[in-house]
Design a binder for this molecule. Structure first.
Ligand SMILES: [Zn+2]
Length: 235
């Protein structure tokens, strides 16, 4: 195989390697994103469960307070009729205390209502989250498995291409190879250009007839404008 044909082959292999490295770079990120998503769902669920516990405790406190305050009110009401009140002043004071305690009950009952609503909402959300989480985890695991398999396959392909790259470069002299590497990097992976009519396909620059003939003879020639390796097929 002529050196120019090897250079063309090398560019093809190197471009595939470039794409694979890009893909390999992105796959672990995708796996990480899925793992984060699973973690987030689990955390959100345990936060809701914790909130539900607190709400239940608060409800219990409110219920207890309502019950004890109600007992207090009942006791005070008994005193109103059991003859232990001797004058209007005491009666007024007693009524005031009863009103005060009744107001506490009223406020606590309102709080309790809000807590009950919160509990109902949380319980519903937790049930939904739990039902969803199993599905999410299964989906994530399937995706992760597929991604890991892809990483494996791509790594295999990368190894094969690297071998191919190494196999090609041993046959190319150092100066030509250095030139190729320079142009490959400078021209973003397009180091070779075909001559179309009398022009470089890569940059459109004019290629003199002598250079066209040399390219046809498979000699190493470069575009005078963009410095790419030139090649031309017979027809
Ligand atoms: Zn050119």
């Amino acid at each position: 195989m002529s050196v120019i044909d090897q250079i063309i082959l090398l560019q093809d292999v190197d471009n595939k390697l470039f794409e694979i490295n890009k893909l390999l770079g992105d796959l672990p990120k995708q796996v990480q994103e899925l793992t984060d998503q699973e973690e987030f769902t689990k955390n959100s669920l345990s936060e809701k469960e914790e909130k539900l516990k607190v709400t239940t405790v608060d409800m219990h406190s409110s219920e207890t307070l309502i019950a004890t305050t109600q007992e207090k009110v009942d006791g005070l009401k008994d005193k109103l009729i059991d003859g232990s009140i001797s004058n209007n002043k005491e009666y007024d004071a007693m009524m005031e205390t009863i009103d005060y305690e009744k107001n506490i009950i009223f406020e606590k009952e309102n709080e309790l209502l809000v807590l009950m609503e919160t509990k109902e909402t949380l319980s519903k959300e937790i049930d939904e989250d739990k039902a969803a989480l199993d599905g999410i985890i299964e989906e994530l695991n399937t995706k992760k498995e597929a991604l890991n398999k892809k990483v494996e396959d791509v790594s295999e392909e990368k190894n094969a291409l690297t071998k191919e790259h190494d196999g090609i470069v041993v046959d190319i002299d150092k100066d030509t190879l250095d030139k190729y590497t320079q142009i490959y990097e400078a021209r973003s992976g397009v180091a070779c250009s075909e001559i179309l009519d009398s022009n470089c396909e890569g940059c459109g620059g004019y290629i003199p007839p002598q250079v066209v003939n040399e390219a046809l003879a498979k000699s190493i020639v470069y575009c005078g404008t963009c410095s790419r390796f030139l090649h031309k097929s017979e027809n």
